[in-house]
Design a protein around this ligand. Structure first.
Ligand code: DX5
Ligand code: ZN
Length: 218
């Protein structure tokens, strides 16, 4: 069964705590937290103090997506804040293997994110170290962008590559997910659908999450 990870980026930032509780009650499986530093991507969001403040509000696993130039700076503080998953961009981690080991050393799931133009082969030598691979289906930095259709073939190729390698990290897809695009990436092998605007922009969060899982009646 596919998991839905609503991205807090699309929530009402003036009411973050309430938004976290609302999405947890609506049936989210994970909470996706986009940390951007204004350098790796041309946008700024929130940092560790906000993650720490939200942590006591829900039991939902915190899935942190680091879009920052120095991911190593944030691994220890995020672990101390009590997050369950940390994903770093392959281009941002200067010593990717070391960063992944640092994350796993805290007993946290380690993920790598691939931008639309980043090839799968960049993961070749860390495949057995990964708990999660986040396929970006938009260029990172902003919510509400249009899904890049070539992402479907990339996910299928990734699924095959993982099977051939005999490893089974989760495949997550992030960007432009909605009731039309989610079934396509799920069919291609996605285990986790990250969705910002399709969840928080919907009038009924529970229905929006069910629709992404393909459970709605239309
Ligand atoms: C974009 C972020 C996404 C973003 C997705 O860089 O990584 O998680 O919130 O937003 P939507 O679902 O609106 O495309
Ligand atoms: Zn994200």
């Amino acid at each position: 069964m596919v998991m839905i990870a609503p991205s807090l980026l699309a929530a009402d930032f003036a009411r973050l705590g309430e938004e976290v509780k609302r999405v947890a009650e609506a049936g989210a499986d994970l909470l996706h937290l986009d940390i951007m530093d204004g350098h790796y991507v041309p946008n700024l969001t929130f940092g560790v103090p906000v993650v720490k403040a939200l942590r006591p509000l829900t039991k939902l696993p915190f899935d942190v997506h680091l879009m920052v130039e120095n991911p190593d700076f944030y691994v220890d503080p995020l672990a101390a804040a009590g997050v369950e998953m940390i994903t770093v961009h392959v281009e941002a981690a200067r010593h990717l293997h070391r960063t992944l080991q640092a994350i796993k050393g805290h007993g946290i799931k380690a993920g790598v994110a691939l931008n639309p133009a980043t090839p799968l082969c960049t993961l070749e030598h860390v495949l057995s170290d990964l708990d999660l691979i986040l396929v970006m289906s938009v260029n990172p930095g902003f919510g509400g962008q249009e899904f890049i259709p070539g992402s479907v073939a990339k996910i299928s190729a990734l699924k095959k590559l993982l099977q051939d390698a005999g490893v089974a990290p989760l495949i997550a897809v992030d960007g432009g997910m909605n009731r039309e695009t989610a079934p396509r990436v799920i069919a291609a092998g996605a285990d986790i659908v990250v969705a910002g605007s399709a969840v928080f922009g919907a009038p009924d969060l529970e229905k929006a999450i069910a629709a992404l899982k393909g459970k709605d009646q239309r």
